[in-house]
Design a binder for this molecule. Structure first.
Ligand code: FEO
Ligand code: CA
Ligand code: CA
Ligand code: CA
Length: 672
């Protein structure tokens, strides 16, 4: 891959989106879109669905049910009863956020707010790395909940574990201007501030008199950062030659975590932070020629940040192995603020979007994780040992031993999980894999050799403990070429994404095979050009584009959040938000809009309290994405001139990424 430059883009968001949209995968396997197309065409189900599409919408139901409907000519949505009792809000875009009538959406914490007992007050005109190190970081993404005391299901007092994915300097720093060619305005202080604003935050929160607040001076308050949080590498790749650097000749200690997107909370109350687009932080040409192909497969160097000008470890010429120490799942114990986070190499190295897990019926932990890039793969990790629900300590290193699998989808609706085990099949010295460490460091290449199925950018993957199924958000694939289409569905230039539902065999998440189905194919069902597939009961505001994160509420209902990026106007014309999505019965495939973000933001981190009465959401990068298409504004945002100043609307303050607590005014369960 040629070295990229970010100077063609007026904002970091625009540049990053281009990076994500590229493919570095040379595989020629059929895409999941191809498989979906083949399934629908071969089973002659389209006939039944086209009848519905003539009405402007397409039904999506389990294939068996569809086949039955086609036989009987029964209306696809007959008797559809909603599981969600709220009035939806309309599509739209403006400078504020919006929630369904009868609900309250309150700002819980914003970029710069205090996280630690000794956090200095936020002063946007006198920022420092030292202050940021103790304040809430930038671009909140994943939000996870751990009840206090641990082991209880207390829904009014707990810890929130929040990821800070990346930074937008043009919105953070006065006088910085737009994203600069060759990082012209970057100083060491700004670089270190950005590093400090990455990572994560642990905050203690309490609900009192119906309102949420952050507990001041909490003993749990903690910032994890890209600047100075020391971490341990563990598992099969720890200590390997390819993880050793000048600063760490042991290959077992690394400073910081970067680009933490989604994540997960284990049943023993640890927080899994997924390292996603770690390629963005490296510049220069690798001085180790043996690593060049490995780096290219991860899009390294991504040249998104100029930190390597001040910190040699981000310069491939100086430290060609430093990138091998990023792209992992990091496990953090939020209950012990002095604990050392651990990068668990057994779960593989790629652009991990998230890491949601479920205790399998045999007691083993299964962690699902998508690799978010065009034509990359879906993975699961199955622990060797069993979860001990009565002894937290006993699970401490459970994630160091187990098997990583990658998914191969077949067009008959089956799915095979291929084990990434050194010595098996092509994963041998003949292909350059001399150990399991090599397999894990180059997970993507190993998965390609096994014949994994390239997907349309897998984002969040969520097992549903109530119905036993797994929901996979495939966000979009705008570069899909016409040469990869079939006659039935035209999803070239797939701007909208789709949601796939996996059904483990006999409810066994560890099993080597599963079946799969499509829940919805996103996009506007009234526009035949999208080939969207929704339940016909979906209203004109109930459909969405570009599913990204999701959450399962305590009743087992699915809630989806979207990230359309700069392409929002073409993809849907509405701002991103939260939609409730039916998965069961005749209403399956019906969406309903619940919450909407301000212009330029994406919607992240949906997280329910155990009683289902609070939904925490993370509003990431307000005023950033696609503001050139915001009517009346139509330009890129800067600190001085942003498309919105949400949430403070203070002329002295820029927009601030924030976590929002949504509750029902009558105190009831979210969504009824
Ligand atoms: Fe960080 Fe794939 O979104
Ligand atoms: Ca995401
Ligand atoms: Ca999630
Ligand atoms: Ca996304």
């Amino acid at each position: 891959m040629s070295q990229r430059s970010s100077d063609r883009f007026s904002s970091r968001a625009e540049y990053f989106e281009t990076l994500e949209d590229e493919s570095v995968n040379p595989s020629t396997e059929p895409t999941l879109g191809d498989l979906i197309n083949r399934r629908f065409s071969r089973r002659d189900l389209l006939k039944g669905m086209l009848g519905v599409s003539a009405l402007g919408a397409m039904a999506v139901r389990p294939l068996a049910a569809l086949a039955k409907a086609a036989e009987t000519d029964a209306p696809a949505n007959e008797g559809a009863a909603s599981r969600f009792g709220f009035d939806e809000i309309p599509h739209g875009v403006d400078e504020d956020h919006h929630v369904a009538p009868g609900y309250r959406a309150e700002i819980l914490i914003r970029w710069g707010d205090a996280v630690m007992a000794d956090s200095p007050d936020f002063d946007v005109r006198a920022q420092s790395a030292a202050a940021q190190r103790k304040q809430f970081g930038y671009n909140n993404d994943f939000v996870g909940w751990v009840s206090l005391p641990f082991g209880s299901d207390n829904a009014e007092h707990g810890l929130l574990c929040i990821n800070h994915e990346y930074t937008d300097e043009e919105l953070m720093f006065p006088g910085y201007g737009r994203h600069q060619k060759d990082f012209a305005n970057l100083t060491r202080e700004i670089a270190e501030l950005e590093m400090a604003a990455h990572g994560g935050s642990v905050i203690e929160v309490k609900k009192q008199d119906g309102a949420w607040r952050v507990v001041a001076d909490s003993r749990y308050g903690r910032r994890i950062s890209g600047l100075d949080t020391e971490m341990r590498l563990s598992g099969p790749a720890a200590g390997h030659e390819r993880l050793k650097t000048h600063a760490d000749p042991t290959g077992t200690r690394v400073i910081g975590t970067l680009n933490n997107c989604a994540g997960g909370i284990t049943t023993w109350g640890t927080w899994l932070m997924a390292e996603e687009n770690v390629n963005k932080y490296f510049i220069g040409a690798s001085s180790d020629l043996d690593e060049v192909a490995n780096h290219e497969r991860m899009g390294i160097p991504g040249n998104g940040y100029g930190w390597g000008r001040f910190h040699e470890r981000f310069d491939l010429g100086k430290e060609p192995r430093e990138p091998n120490r990023f792209g992992w799942i990091v496990e953090v114990d939020p209950l012990d603020p002095t604990s050392t986070p651990v990068k668990r190499t057994a779960l593989g190295r790629f652009k991990h979007e998230g890491a949601e897990s479920i205790v399998n019926k045999d007691g083993r932990l299964v962690v699902y994780s998508g690799d978010d890039q065009r034509f990359e793969y879906l993975y699961k990790f199955v622990s060797a040992g069993r979860v001990d629900p009565s002894d937290r300590e006993a699970n401490r290193d459970l994630l160091d031993h187990g098997t990583l699998y990658v998914a191969r989808f077949a067009d008959d609706g089956s799915l095979t999980w291929l084990p990434l085990v050194h010595g098996a099949g092509p994963l041998t010295a003949g292909e350059g894999f001399n150990s399991q460490a090599d397999v894990l460091i180059e997970t993507r290449r190993a998965a390609t050799l096994l014949g994994a199925t390239p997907l349309d950018r897998p984002e969040d993957v969520e097992p549903n403990p109530v119905n036993g199924k797994v929901y996979v958000m495939l966000t979009n694939n705008s570069k899909r070429g016409a040469d990869r289409l079939d006659a039935v569905n035209s999803r070239a230039d797939n701007l909208w994404g789709q949601i796939v539902e996996i059904s483990p065999m006999d409810g066994d998440h560890a099993a080597p095979t599963s079946t799969w189905d499509v829940l919805v194919r996103a996009g506007n069902p009234a526009d035949p050009g999208t080939s969207a597939m929704w339940n016909p009961a979906t209203s004109e505001d109930g459909w969405f584009a570009c599913p990204d994160n999701c959450a399962i509420d305590p009743q087992g209902r699915l809630w989806v959040t979207t990230d359309q990026g700069n392409g929002w106007k073409k993809a849907s014309g509405t701002a991103d938000g939260v939609w409730a999505l039916e998965t069961e019965g005749a209403a399956r495939g019906t969406g309903r809009m619940f919450y909407r973000v301000p212009v330029g933001a994406e919607m992240c981190g949906p997280c329910f309290t155990p009683d289902g009465k609070t939904l925490f959401v993370a509003v990431q990068h307000p005023a950033s994405d696609g503001t050139k298409d915001y009517p009346g504004f139509e330009r890129s945002s800067t600190f001085e001139d942003p498309a919105t100043r949400w949430p403070d609307f203070d002329p002295e303050l820029p927009p601030r990424p924030s976590v929002v607590a949504i509750t029902r005014m009558d105190g009831g369960v979210i969504g009824g």
